[in-house]
Each structure stands twice: as C-alpha cells, then as structure tokens.
Design a binder for this molecule. Structure first.
Ligand SMILES: *Cc1c(COP(=O)(O)O)cnc(C)c1O
Length: 377
C-alpha cells in the first residue's frame, strides 16, 4: 500500500494528452497566426466538413460554444415567446437555459434511471399546441433512445435538437448522434471528448435550408453583409480553436476507444471486488457509449465517499447536484421537489469517476481499491 500513497488521480489530465499532439497542434496554431485570418475562414470550413463527415450528416456550422449551438438551432427553428420545448431537468444548465433565453418554456420530463436520458414514456403526454421542439440530451456520452423521440416528433410536427455536447462519436442503432434530429449540437469545451483550448461548438444538420439559416444567424442575421432580414447574434467560431480541434479530431477515435477500455476495466475491477451490490455501474444500453463521464450511483453517503476520495487524491465530480426544475431561476415554472423523482434521485446518488484516455491501470485500480476501502468498511 505504501508505494500508492502518492498516486494522484485528477478528473482530467490535459497536459498528459497534450504531449501526444503537441507537434500537430502547434503547427496548426502557427499556420493560423501566419495566415492572419482569425474569425471563420478556411480552417473553420475545413473543420465543418470533417465534423459533418464524422457525424454521418451533410452539413455543419462552427459556432462559439455548445450553448450557442443550442441557442442558434432553436432560433433557426423559430422557437420564441410562448412556445414550449420538451427536455429533461437532469442535464447541464445550457439545455434549458437556451430555451428560456428565447422566451420559450422548458417543459421537463423525467429520465430513465438506467441511462439518465429522457424517458420516452413521458414525451407524448407533454405535447401541447404550443410545443415546438424536443431536445433529447445524450448525457455522459450515451445516446438517448431516439426512435420514440423521432416518432413523436414526426407525428406532432416537432423539431428535434439533439444536445450531443457530451456525446461526439456516440451511436444509436448504427447512427451517430447529431445525425438523427433536425440539428445536432456539439461543444468543444476543454472537458468534452473533443475539447479545444477555449470555447467552441458546432451545429450539424442534414438540411441545406437549416444549414444556410444557421450560417446567417451566426453573423447577426446578416445576408449579404450589413443587410439584415432577421436578427441573429455573434455566434462565430474562431480559427485558432478550429485549428486545434481539427488537429485533435484525428485522435478522437483512439481516445474514445481508450475511454471505453477504461470503462470496461472499471466494470471488471468493481465486479472482481464484488462491489456491484454497493454501487450501480453505468450501463451501455445503446452502443456506442463514448464515456465523456463514467458515472456510478451509491445509495447513501455519496458526499462522504467523495470527501474520502478527495483525501486520497482522487478527483470526482457531480453532474449535476441540483436538477433544473429546482433551480431558482426556473421558480416561475412552478415545480417542486418530487416532480421528477428519477432526476432528483440521480442528483443525490451519482458520482463521476475519472475516465480520461490517459489513465493508467495503476490509477484505475487505485480508484476502485479506494472506493472499496470506503464502502466495505
Ligand atoms: C457542455 C454542455 C453544453 C454547453 O456547451 P458549452 O460549450 O460549455 O457552452 C450543453 N449541454 C450539455 C449537455 C453539456 O454537457
């Protein structure tokens, strides 16, 4: 045990991943600097083409963040004052925040306990005359159950905006996330599987019309330049971020497979230690899960376990501690505790363990041993 005293397990080790890509990234950054073209331009277009291909769709538009990808998609869909958009309360704030910023109402429905994604049983019941769109979130890197979402959307003439911010490269029945709805929204925030060195995002779509619309909204709605038929915003992606993401895209498949391998190693080690009665492991219901997060559930003392792990130099996180229906800013929606029990339970019981590609077996074993030490005592 002694030699393990100084093992550190961070949640993400960006410098470790940087070693491998240093030459590629520095070459592409200096290329941008020498070109003098910093906003949009050919590098952004190159990234857009490659992301569209990677996601198995036709078009992609580089934008300023994952949040802006959601916002501009909803704007392009014409969502506004008085409209309703169905999504879950167990997601990052931006999913519902972008709905509310447009004056529309987020209509929450609960999640499935097994996948943490939208529970299709509740979607249809919540469709009203005001419903304009559904935002399924592919949380932690696993696709939501899309067939029922597509079915309800077709039947009721609703737009689908996939929140794939955590899920680039994940699949559902052989299709990539971001290619099944009207829009797919991706984030290049540094902690995502394809992270830049700052903010960035992408909207994917198979529709030429929606593609053109998002491109116009991205530049304040101007088309041609300085003439505005619609009001957009500054949702532009900068060329430095695009060049970094472009250089990293080549490695994404390998990094994804390493994340998947780490998840399998965790699964095996927790099983070997006979701990599956003490915690619930994540399940891959729709391969391919890309494990932006590896999230386990513990029935009780989750926060104490977290503190114990921190004392032992293991970083963890809770995604997310307070479901969105209970956030102060959404008080006017009139929700109360108990409205979405599975989301509330997930917020109380889950803990995300380090899963980044460069984790060593020693680190993985140390995490499992340390959790065992706590839960078995
Ligand atoms: C990260 C994230 C976003 C927002 O992306 P940013 O690039 O940080 O704006 C939206 N939805 C989900 C589910 C996310 O995880």
């Amino acid at each position: 045990m002694k030699q393990k005293d100084n093992i550190q397990v961070p949640l993400l080790d960006i410098p470790a991943s940087y070693k491998e890509i240093l030459e590629d990234v520095e070459k592409s950054i200096s290329g941008v600097i020498r070109s003098g073209q910093f906003i949009l331009g050919p590098i952004v277009e190159k990234l857009e083409k490659q992301i569209a291909t990677y996601c198995g769709t036709k078009y992609a538009v580089g934008v300023s963040s994952g949040t802006d990808a959601l916002l501009v998609s909803l704007m392009a869909a014409g969502v506004g004052e008085g409209d309703e958009v169905i999504t879950t309360p167990f997601t990052f704030f931006a999913t519902a925040g972008s709905i509310a910023r447009l004056g529309a109402r987020p209509v929450f429905v609960d999640i499935e306990p097994e996948t943490f994604n939208i529970d299709q049983r509740y979607i249809e019941n919540n469709v009203t005359e005001k419903t304009r769109a559904i935002i399924p979130v592919h949380l932690y890197g696993q696709s939501a159950n899309m067939d029922p979402v597509v079915k309800v959307a077709r039947k009721n003439n609703l737009i689908i905006v996939e929140d794939a911010a955590q899920a680039i490269g994940s699949e559902y029945k052989g299709r990539k996330t971001g290619s099944m709805g009207d829009y797919g929204c991706f984030s290049f925030f540094p902690t995502k599987n394809l992270g830049g060195f700052g903010d960035g995002g992408m909207v994917t779509t198979a529709s030429e019309e929606l593609y053109e619309k998002v491109k116009i909204l991205r530049v304040h709605g101007s088309n041609p330049k300085y003439y505005h038929k619609i009001t957009g915003g500054n949702f532009r992606l900068d060329a430095l971020q695009a060049s970094i993401v472009l250089a990293k895209l080549k490695y994404l498949e390998r990094w994804t497979e390493l994340r998947r391998k780490n998840a399998k190693t965790y699964d095996r080690l927790f099983n070997e230690k006979e701990m599956t009665g003490l915690l619930t492991l994540p399940s891959e219901v729709f391969p391919r899960h890309v494990y932006n997060q590896y999230v386990v559930r513990v029935k009780e003392k989750r926060d104490e376990l977290r503190a114990f792990l921190e004392e032992n130099n293991i970083a963890t996180e809770i995604y997310y501690p307070l479901p969105l229906h209970l956030q102060d800013c959404f008080a006017s929606l009139g929700h109360k505790k108990g409205d979405f029990p599975e989301s509330e339970k997930a917020a109380d019981e889950t803990i995300a363990l380090p899963i980044f590609p460069e984790l060593s077996n020693i680190q993985l074993e140390y995490v499992v041993e340390t959790i065992a030490r706590y839960l078995k005592k």
